[in-house]
Write a protein that binds this ligand. Structure first.
Ligand code: ATP
Length: 364
């Protein structure tokens, strides 16, 4: 097990592309940390620098206090799992899993024991004599995991390991990865562009954009207290709605309605250096069908022109249009939406209400 520290780590490729800029990160021993962000934000490059597959342009990488910048990948005692599985096609599952142990020149008996243990923990025991071509995507990914865990490395580095799997298998494998990491307690750095994976898998999430870390925190903190608009819009599905707002007459004025400001918030927003133009963020689940809400609980009520309704089983995603091209969305409880109080089955006008108070809006 290992603590991994990145101290102002940067990467500039020979063509001048600045892929990662001064990343500072302390990954605790046994922690499961997720690097997430849109395509090209520098996640894989960061992971590859930890693995030793890319040189570090500047800054320091420490594993268990030892400087690793110039250490060869094989001398870092970490195992990588890739999106492409990277299995040897001419070897059986058993031989694939055993491969790193053979390289380490362990005796045959120990190799057999460790391979069987890894296979058992990943439900691969019945597949040990098959070749990768005769396995499903999920099974291949489990073999790749088996090969990573079999030599009990100090850390696992995983680069989008589930992205070649279909949606259902992804969810199954997600819980399997979680369980495995919990059981082994091995420091794990996991790269994904999928914010659902980021929210569900890790102890902490690192959100990156343009090679720069935007925020580091546990998933709930990122959701409740995003550091900036990018994180607010990236974390959460459907995305947070952004409403331009101004402070006027002791109220926060948005295109949908006004929110009263309490004294404390007014003081903050009306101070000389506070911006007059603000953005209010409203999570889709903070809208409700106005006709089903008791008066006392109302924030503001507005009429929305429904564009598209997606039924998710337990919830309905309602997309509606505000001013401008940006679509907005609300998540409504399926039963409430179907109760007859408001027929959302087709496009048209409907009345929504937000439960949000001005205070919580500004905090978000
Ligand atoms: P994805 O999710 O698409 O894999 P990522 O967040 O992992 O993206 P990286 O692969 O780390 O992003 O790439 C970060 C930036 O560095 C991108 O702009 C990419 O085009 C650039 N880049 C990656 N490899 C090289 C290279 N060998 N030479 C030049 N630029 C590169």
């Amino acid at each position: 097990m290992a603590e991994i520290v990145l101290d102002k780590v940067s990467k500039t490729f020979p063509d001048g592309t600045s892929a990662v800029q001064e990343v500072n990160l302390r990954i605790a021993d046994g922690e499961f940390i997720i690097l997430v962000g849109p395509s090209g934000c520098g996640k894989s490059t960061t992971l590859n620098m930890i693995a030793g597959l890319e040189d570090i342009t500047s800054g320091e990488l420490l594993i268990d206090g030892e400087r690793m910048n110039d250490r060869a990948p094989r001398d870092r005692d970490i195992a990588m799992v890739f999106q492409s599985y990277a299995l040897y096609p001419n070897m059986t599952v058993r031989e694939n899993i055993a491969f790193p142990l053979k390289l380490a020149k362990l005796d045959k008996e120990t190799i057999n024991r460790k391979v069987l243990e890894a296979a058992e923990s990943l439900e691969l025991t019945d597949l040990l004599d098959r070749r990768p071509a005769n396995l499903s995507g999920g099974q291949r990914q489990r073999v790749a995991m088996g090969r990573a865990i079999v030599r009990s490395p100090k850390a696992f580095l995983m680069d989008e390991p589930l992205s070649n799997l279909d949606a259902k298998l992804r969810v199954q494998m997600r819980t399997q990865v979680s369980r495995l990491q919990n059981r082994l307690g091995t420091t794990t750095v996991y790269v994904t562009h999928d914010q659902t994976e980021a929210m569900t898998l890790g102890d902490r999430v690192v959100v990156m954009r343009g090679g720069v870390v935007q925020q580091v925190g546990d998933p709930q903190r990122l959701y409740d207290h995003p550091a900036n608009l990018f994180v607010a819009g990236f974390i959460g599905s459907p995305s947070m709605n952004f409403l331009p707002a101004t402070v006027a007459n002791e109220r926060l004025r948005t295109a949908l309605g006004d929110l009263p400001l309490d004294v404390r918030l007014r003081a903050r927003l009306e101070s000389a250096d506070a911006p007059r133009e603000l953005i209010v963020g409203v999570r889709p689940e903070h809208f409700e069908d106005a006709r089903l809400v008791e008066d006392g609980a109302k924030g503001f009520e507005f009429e929305a022109r429904v564009d598209v309704v997606e039924s998710m089983g337990s919830d309905k995603y309602v997309y509606f249009n505000l001013e401008g091209p940006r679509a907005s969305s609300a998540v409504l409880d399926e039963l409430a939406a179907d109760s007859g109080a408001n027929d959302l089955g087709s496009s048209g006008a409907t009345t929504l209400v937000t439960r949000l108070s001005a205070e919580s809006a500004a905090r978000r």
